[in-house]
Design a binder for this molecule. Structure first.
Ligand SMILES: [Zn+2]
Length: 271
């Protein structure tokens, strides 16, 4: 084993080789995705598909790991900044960058795992549908800051959506009401409140899930996995809905939606 990774040899005898050969898709490269890219590069993931269609702006600098004022001034594409970040850490990595992931489905479907760090519920729904059709484990992170009568509440979650297992609908992350509300306020939502540390916590848990899926070191990863985060008390705990899912099959992905389809096209989602 390369001395660079000698302190993580407990992950498994061939862990370095497995990580080098693994390809991970990161969709959304700002608050959450930048942390994910940075950690995966350190741990030794060799192949990346990094997707984001946006550029860096000044309000991103409070949380986008690897970004700096010059990036905002130049309005550099976020995917470009994250590729640089990954390559600075691991110059041997292969990083393919794309804008809208929907236009690069052929590339994203070659990933072993996809990690979604997107803002919208519609995007989560589409990403999960895509991953299910190609039997790719999908890890989703999300956080929110809510105003309440006596201040602010930070909450978030990490969900693992495995082929054949419970989905984001089962986990209560996707609901018809949330999707409908998002449609109503589309274009008028503005920038939601975001800070760096909750994104760091959630991204770290997502990376832990990904490494647990790739390597044999952890036999305690619960499936289904839904971790909820209380950003005011700084605690994480198993999602409350898990108790209702025990022994219940996912009713949302069945029939042809539950099996692989090499001819699936993302354009079918909107038809
Ligand atoms: Zn489901």
């Amino acid at each position: 084993m390369n001395t660079r990774h000698s302190r993580q040899s407990f992950l498994g005898d061939n862990s370095e080789e497995v990580l080098t050969r693994s390809k991970i898709g990161i969709v959304g490269l700002c608050g959450g995705g930048s942390h994910v890219g940075q950690q995966l590069a350190h741990i030794g993931i060799g192949q990346f598909v990094a997707a984001d269609f946006d550029h860096v702006d000044e309000p991103n600098l409070n949380r986008m790991v690897g970004s700096c004022p010059a990036d905002a001034e130049l309005k550099r594409p976020k995917n470009d900044v994250i590729r640089d970040l990954i390559l600075r850490i691991n110059p041997n990595a292969d990083v393919e960058i794309v804008g809208r992931w929907q236009e690069s489905g052929d590339l994203l479907r070659t990933c072993d795992i996809v990690i979604g760090c997107v803002d919208s519920f519609t995007a989560r729904d589409e990403l999960e549908k895509f991953c299910r059709r190609f039997l790719i484990p999908y890890i989703d992170i999300g956080m929110d800051v809510h105003q309440v009568s006596n201040g602010y509440v930070i909450s978030g979650q990490v969900a693992l959506s495995m082929p054949g297992g419970h989905c984001l609908w089962c986990h209560g992350i996707l609901t018809e009401e949330r999707l409908a509300q998002e449609q109503r306020i589309y274009g008028a939502a503005g920038g939601k409140p975001q800070v760096i540390w909750p994104n760091g916590v959630l991204a770290s848990i997502a990376v832990g899930h990904a490494v647990s899926l790739l390597l044999p070191w952890n036999t305690d990863l619960p499936l289904p996995s839904l971790i909820e985060y209380d950003g005011n008390r700084h605690i994480t705990r198993p999602g409350a809905r898990l108790q209702f899912l025990k022994g219940m099959p996912c009713p949302h992905y069945k029939g042809e939606g539950s099996v692989g389809d090499p001819f699936f096209s993302i354009s079918k989602l909107s038809s």
